[in-house]
Design a protein around this ligand. Structure first.
Ligand SMILES: [Zn+2]
Length: 396
């Protein structure tokens, strides 16, 4: 057991890097660690929703083509207001089996392994570049990776940007090579308010939103049946596009005609498909809805579909050097698909072949009393050094 590795994780958990808060002090802490390990570092400063954020790029090794990027996000989902916590989310605690704290599995445990591996490795043996990229905002908009990935050639200067990236999201060390794109948007219905005793005077936005939900729900049912066998192996449970109604809000009181209603929708499309195709279908469907409520034909509601926010899909071709190295280090023999999106969306968009593999369980991510098994936390650093050795140490 490397005591330093636990100390680094304890420090990382203690920084409240919930996505809406600044990550700069925590990123500076990591930059100091990487500097101390002899890496060159660059902080990429960002403003996200008016908050100062930073990505960190740290690199070592000879300036030759090849090498590898190892990446993780520093932000976490919130803990405040989440029922089920029995511990302080920002204080690392341990028992025999597990380490607890917000971000322990998603994904400060992996970042602690990155720093520990950087401190442990023999930089003189790096014949190809080893580039760590730590990002902001993954849990909200992936804006950190969206900015970092295309800027890497500039940030790295004379070091050729590696074409392979490893992201250590929690997969219990399974190797994942694909995920769907994601598209989020809001539908707003604007009706006409009034006293509920005189429904003919208004138009009820909630009633019209019911039709919106029905229309989008039918589209969802249609997509569920449109299985694409090309992706049956990667996404055995859902080789098709999936959709979700995330949040609905509307109405003021039971005796007032609801004037406004809003609905947040997310869908995920298979790789190789236009991430906006379903959005356009929704736009068409909304135009076909009868905008009257059930109470009268007098007034029409306005149905608006808001601007979409998307992240691309990821699909890494099999047989890359990184895949071979991860298989050898983990014992895995095949790559699967991830049910979640990652920063890999933007690495892939920048032309970087990206694989997901990390310690901790995806089911633990975003949970109260989030934790990571100590065995996985301790195994991960050695595993990382093994992959680095295979990717960077032997001269090509
Ligand atoms: Zn994550």
């Amino acid at each position: 057991m490397d005591k330093g590795q636990y100390e680094i994780l304890e420090r990382l958990i203690a920084f409240d890097t919930v996505s809406v808060n600044t990550d700069v002090p925590a990123m500076e802490y990591l930059a100091d660690l990487m500097d101390g390990a002899g890496f060159r570092t660059a902080l990429q400063r960002l403003q996200i929703a008016g908050v100062a954020q930073a990505n960190l790029v740290a690199w070592a090794g000879e300036p030759r083509p090849g090498g590898v990027i190892i990446s993780g996000h520093l932000d976490t989902v919130p803990a405040a207001g989440q029922p089920g916590w029995t511990r302080d989310p920002f204080r690392m605690e341990m028992d025999e089996e597990r380490i607890y704290g917000r971000g322990s599995s998603d994904m400060k445990g992996f970042l602690a392994q990155c720093a520990t591996a950087a401190l442990a490795l023999d930089r003189g043996r790096l014949k190809r570049p080893l580039v760590f990229v730590f990002t902001a905002d993954e849990e909200i908009g992936m804006l950190g990776a969206q900015r970092a990935a295309p800027a890497l050639p500039e940030l790295l200067g004379e070091i050729p940007r590696p074409d392979l990236a490893w992201i250590g999201e929690p997969t219990s060390f399974a190797v994942l090579s694909a995920h769907k794109s994601i598209c989020a948007f809001e539908v707003r219905v604007r009706g006409r308010g009034g006293h509920s005793g005189a429904p003919h005077m208004g138009v009820n936005a909630i009633a019209v939103m019911g039709k919106v939900i029905d229309a989008i729900g039918r589209l969802q049912a249609e997509r569920r049946l449109a299985r694409d066998e090309e992706f049956a192996a990667l996404f055995p449970d859902s080789p098709h596009d999936v959709m979700n109604f995330g949040v609905i809000a509307g109405g003021l009181a039971s005796n007032i005609i609801a004037e406004e209603c809003s609905l947040k929708v997310t869908y995920r499309s298979l790789p190789k498909r236009d991430p906006l195709a379903l959005y356009r279908e929704v736009q068409t469907l909304m135009r076909e809805i009868d905008p009257h409520d059930y109470a009268s034909e007098n007034h029409r509601a306005a149905i608006e579909v808001g601007r979409p926010v998307i992240a691309p899909a990821m699909l890494a071709s099999s047989g890359s050097g990184l895949e071979r190295a991860l298989f050898a280090a983990t014992g895995a023999s095949a790559s699967g698909g991830a049910p979640f999106a990652t920063d890999g969306a933007w690495f892939a968009e920048a032309g970087i072949t990206t694989l997901i593999c990390g310690p901790g369980d995806y089911a633990q991510a975003h949970q109260p009393d989030e934790s990571i098994p100590r065995a996985a936390f301790e195994r991960g650093t050695g595993l990382m050094l093994d992959v680095i050795q295979r990717m960077c140490a032997d001269a090509a």
